[in-house]
Design a protein around this ligand. Structure first.
Ligand code: HEC
Ligand code: HEC
Ligand code: HEC
Ligand code: HEC
Ligand code: HEC
Length: 189
């Protein structure tokens, strides 16, 4: 009986482990999550050249750049209804502009926020601040990849500890600044 329990728990544990592996590799896969609306950065920030900070307006003033509200979308989509045309996205999914934009209007009419799924996520114990990096002149693409070419945003850079520290080493103003930028407590609570 004891053995049976051991065998079962090993089986369950390795199942959980494989499940975890599957999910962590799914995150670092070049395909982003399935969002409630297929919002293409390639169409908006690429083809139509809407500046990143028009939508992520707090990038240079706050820790968090923010995700635009439905109201911001409607600012344009009360006039831009979208062509009644199919479009094949880089994930292979085919959407119709007009149908997809109608979904945005539905959220607006129901006064509901769009439940976007987060793509870039840092563990709780990491401290990160956009403002300092943007004020210093770094481009969004340095950390997020060529977002303006993506139909579905995915995590392009691993953004692990080495990624942060390498750049801190390369950009410190002087020895004192370097010591500060490499201090554990600069990035960890
Ligand atoms: C500054 C104007 C502007 C804003 C703001 C804007 N859009 Fe768009 N959007 C456009 C234009 C232009 C198109 C292309 C329409 C066409 O070619 O038919 C488009 C196309 C789309 C499409 C169809 C193509 C695709 O990306 O799947 C969707 C869906 C869409 N927008 C959703 C949104 C959502 C959601 C927001 C808010 C987060 C938003 N838009 C904000 C201008 C805007
Ligand atoms: C028209 C509005 C709009 C513009 C312009 C725009 N974004 Fe976004 N962005 C969104 C919306 C809506 C989401 C949430 C849905 C998604 O992840 O695709 C988002 C998500 C993101 C994410 C993923 C956030 C997360 O969950 O971790 C990144 C990174 C990002 N945008 C960067 C950029 C960059 C860089 C640019 C300029 C090249 C840009 N965005 C331009 C609306 C916009
Ligand atoms: C130095 C690296 C770096 C730069 C430069 C950078 N980001 Fe980020 N971004 C991050 C990290 C790290 C996170 C995850 C933060 C977290 O989860 O606490 C993030 C998260 C985000 C999110 C998700 C916020 C949320 O609440 O879901 C958006 C949107 C975003 N960045 C947009 C931008 C835009 C737009 C720019 C350029 C104006 C930019 N970022 C520049 C590293 C960077
Ligand atoms: C592209 C280069 C670059 C990358 C990548 C980068 N940093 Fe920085 N970071 C800097 C520079 C340069 C400064 C100093 C800015 C200043 O003092 O004006 C800085 C400052 C900071 C600060 C101190 C300022 C503050 O916000 O209080 C923290 C914390 C920080 N970075 C965390 C991170 C973390 C966490 C990552 C990885 C997710 C990261 N950085 C990735 C270049 C970078
Ligand atoms: C420039 C920012 C930065 C500095 C400085 C930094 N860390 Fe980190 N650290 C991170 C980030 C970002 C992660 C999350 C990595 C991930 O999620 O892949 C991390 C993760 C960790 C982890 C979790 C395990 C791991 O490796 O992912 C430990 C432990 C850790 N850091 C310890 C330290 C210690 C100790 C120091 C000082 C010697 C330090 N860190 C300095 C950014 C930093």
């Amino acid at each position: 009986m004891d053995n049976w329990i051991k065998v079962t728990s090993i089986f369950v544990l390795s199942g959980l482990f494989l499940f975890g592996l599957y999910h962590s590799s799914a995150i670092s896969d070049s395909k982003g999550p399935m969002q409630p609306i297929l919002f293409s950065h390639k169409i908006h920030a690429g083809e139509n050249q809407i500046p990143c900070q028009y939508c992520h307006s707090f990038a240079d003033v706050s820790t968090n750049p923010g995700i635009p509200s439905v109201q911001k979308c409607i600012g344009c989509h009360s006039q831009v209804h979208g062509k009644d045309e199919d479009y094949k996205t880089d994930t292979g999914k085919v959407i119709n502009f007009k149908t997809e934009i109608d979904k945005v209007k539905d959220y607006w009419q129901r006064k509901e926020p769009i439940p976007w799924i987060k793509v870039t996520d840092m563990p709780e114990y990491v401290r990160f601040n956009h403002k300092r990096h943007i004020k210093r002149g770094f481009e969004c693409q340095t950390c997020h990849g060529q977002v303006q070419e993506m139909d579905v945003v995915y995590k392009a850079e691993r953004m692990n500890m080495g990624f942060c520290i390498t750049c801190h080493e390369e950009n410190a103003d002087n020895q004192e600044h370097l010591t500060q930028l490499k201090d554990c407590l600069t990035c960890h609570y």
